[in-house]
Design a protein around this ligand. Structure first.
Ligand code: ADP
Ligand code: ZN
Length: 611
């Protein structure tokens, strides 16, 4: 258990007042107060919280309360720019130092820093670590040093950045300044490496649950072209919403974005192969447009902290559950219901296996990556509460099934698949364990393709014995046999299937096997799986829409994204409470002094007109 407050009560009182006054938040979120108190007491801290947990406030607030400038190390320019813009909206003096800044502006920022005018300074690690910049900081009182995305320092993490290694000098160079490392990557080896490399042995560790209760996890079978499935999902549940779609390759990214656009969904492609200019334009639109969908490669993502992303859709399998948790975590940061929706098929597993096997990593690392992939497959295939499976991977045990994943909402039906499983396994055996699922399905279905004839497989006793299932169903049988360890994927990169030792009892008729029925994304189950209607929480949709329009107008006038003016939740609270005075409006969470001053009158006028 955490010991309570470490800093002196008046200072903490000041922090609470600043929280309300500047940020407009009525109170701390779980854990924030303890972190803030530790920093205010001059101690180091290490915060491991999931995305959306409210980490930024942990350094922003103490930086305001303590004297001096808070320095924030961040690997991503987009993220810095977002935060600086958000802070400016709150009336906080913040700036960013990075390579994209015009030289003139850079000089200005450094001047403000020297004069002690900055509450917060965001800086890229490679710039911070120049001797010139360190010397500059020597001459400035520092409130704290925050190291964001701290897992970038770890070679075992999933986003190693060599420039982060140099950050170990900060401990020696600024011994009296409290340091705070923050990350959303939870696995213990990465954590240990962060502590060691950043010299944080004395730091208080703050570990939060990785549960994101407002996310609804769903996994459906990939049925041919996932574009259609995605479109149906968007049409039925997320029309006009902001979301992210992850795809495996650049080509698929382009293809899916085009497909969505052609079908009336405003979609933008984003991948590493694009010009920086074009990427920045996408990020800008993603930050500011209301119902925009970004289609991106799986590697992309850090640096998006838009709070009202309503869905994250994986059209291809992520490489690890860490990546999956992080990617899905970009939905619903505002705490409102959001969807984590994934389609997958056996070919995804084969593709990722090929990538791992053909990659340049050392054997040991490849083994780790294969195990990580196995965990993803296990997650996709599970009939248990998905949240339970996901959290267990991060070392957490959920006491009850969550009630907010597909398996909880609609327990999976299973069928006795012993006979089809025997047919599938014997197809593998009879063809000498040298073929992938596609070919084996052709064999079972009795399709006399050129390849079947070339290998003489139309003369095998298994040829055509599988008429009872269609090709899609056969593919899910193969996938489940892989996921459950009856079949193994050969490490040759071509998806060749081999019998695992576990297959023999089934083949010999000593073991019966129950498999899940094919999970169709739409149709019968749609009703149950749709997010609960927000209707009862929104007494007047017209009023809400009017407020939304006002927000858009205010945002356009201020040149900032709408959510920086008010979050959806703030907007909804206003629509619910219908405040009549500025004092009442100030009570709404998310409305601080600056927002009240800037937008208060306009909001009240609109409410008065609308009744
Ligand atoms: P993280 O960096 O951990 O991913 P953020 O710092 O971006 O999370 O915070 C997520 C969201 O929660 C932001 O929209 C932020 O404004 C909001 N938030 C943070 N702290 C509080 C609080 N005490 N009360 C209400 N909202 C908060
Ligand atoms: Zn569940």
């Amino acid at each position: 258990m955490l010991t309570p407050v470490e800093c002196d009560p008046p200072t903490l009182e000041r922090a609470r007042a600043t929280l309300a006054e500047v940020f407009g938040f009525p109170g701390f979120r779980a854990g924030q107060e303890e972190v803030v108190a530790a920093l205010l007491a001059g101690r180091d801290a290490f915060v491991v919280w999931p995305t959306g947990g409210g980490k930024s406030l942990c350094y922003q607030l103490p930086a305001l309360v303590r004297s001096g400038t808070g320095v924030v190390v961040s690997p991503l320019i987009a993220l810095m720019q977002d935060q600086v813009a958000a802070l400016a909206e709150l009336g906080v003096a913040a700036a960013a130092c990075h390579s994209n800044l015009p030289p003139g502006e850079l000089v200005g920022v450094e001047r403000r820093l020297r004069r002690g005018e900055l509450d917060l300074l965001y800086v890229a690690p490679e710039r911070l670590l120049t001797e010139r910049f360190l010397a500059l900081l020597d001459g400035v009182p520092l409130a704290l040093i925050a190291i964001d995305e701290a897992h970038c320092v770890s070679q075992w993490g999933h986003d190693f950045r060599p420039e982060y290694l140099g950050l170990s000098v900060l401990a020696e160079r600024f011994p009296g300044v409290p340091r705070l490392a923050l990350t959303a990557t939870a696995d213990p080896p990465t954590r240990r490496e962060i502590v060691a490399r950043l010299g944080l042995d004395g730091a208080r560790l703050f570990l939060a649950s990785f549960d994101r209760p407002n996310l609804r996890y769903r996994v459906v079978d990939k049925l041919g072209d996932p574009g259609r499935q995605l479109l149906a999902f968007l049409a039925s549940e997320h029309a006009g919403h902001c979301g992210i779609v992850y795809r495996f390759s650049r080509a698929k990214v382009e293809q899916t974005a085009d497909w969505l656009t052609a079908h009336g969904v405003p979609a933008l492609a984003y991948h590493a192969g694009m010009e920086p200019e074009a990427r920045r334009a996408v990020l800008d639109r993603f930050r500011s447009d209301d119902g925009v969908v970004v289609v991106a490669t799986i590697a992309f993502g850090m640096g998006i902290d838009r709070p009202d992303v309503r869905f994250v859709a994986h059209l291809d399998l992520p490489r690890s559950l860490e990546a999956y948790h992080q990617e899905t975590g970009r939905a619903g940061r505002d705490g409102e219901p959001a969807d984590a929706w994934m389609v997958w098929g056996l070919q995804d597993v084969v593709n990722l296996r090929r990538l791992i096997d053909a990659g340049g990593a050392e054997a040991e690392r490849k083994q780790i990556e294969r195990r990580k992939l196995d965990a993803v497959v296990g997650y996709g295939e599970t009939t248990e509460c998905r949240r339970r499976v996901l959290l267990r991977y991060f070392g957490e045990e959920l006491p009850e099934p969550c009630g907010n994943c597909d398996n909880c909402l609609q327990p999976t039906a299973t069928w006795d698949a012993t006979v089809p499983a025997q047919k599938a396994l014997s197809a593998v055996y009879r063809t000498g364990e040298r073929f992938g699922a596609m070919h084996l399905v052709d064999l079972l279905r009795g399709e006399a393709t050129e390849k079947i004839q070339r290998h003489g497989h139309d003369r095998l006793p298994t040829f055509g014995v599988g008429g009872e299932l269609d090709a899609k169903e056969w593919r899910t049988v193969f996938r489940q046999l892989v996921a459950r360890g009856y079949l193994e994927i050969e490490t040759d990169g071509f998806g060749v299937l081999r019998l695992a030792p576990r297959a023999w009892p089934v083949l010999r008729g000593q073991e019966r096997l129950a498999l899940r029925v094919l999970r169709r994304p739409e149709g019968r189950r749609r009703k149950v799986a749709t997010a609960p209607p927000a209707a009862e929480l929104l007494p007047d949709a017209a009023r809400y829409e009017a407020l939304r329009a006002l927000r858009k107008e205010l945002a356009a006038a201020a040149g900032v994204p709408p959510y920086l003016v008010f979050h959806d939740r703030t907007l909804r609270e206003i629509a619910l409470r219908v405040p009549a005075t500025l004092a009442q409006l100030a009570e709404v969470p998310g409305i601080g002094a600056k927002k009240l001053e800037r937008y208060g009158e306009r909001v009240l006028r609109l409410l008065a007109e609308h009744g």
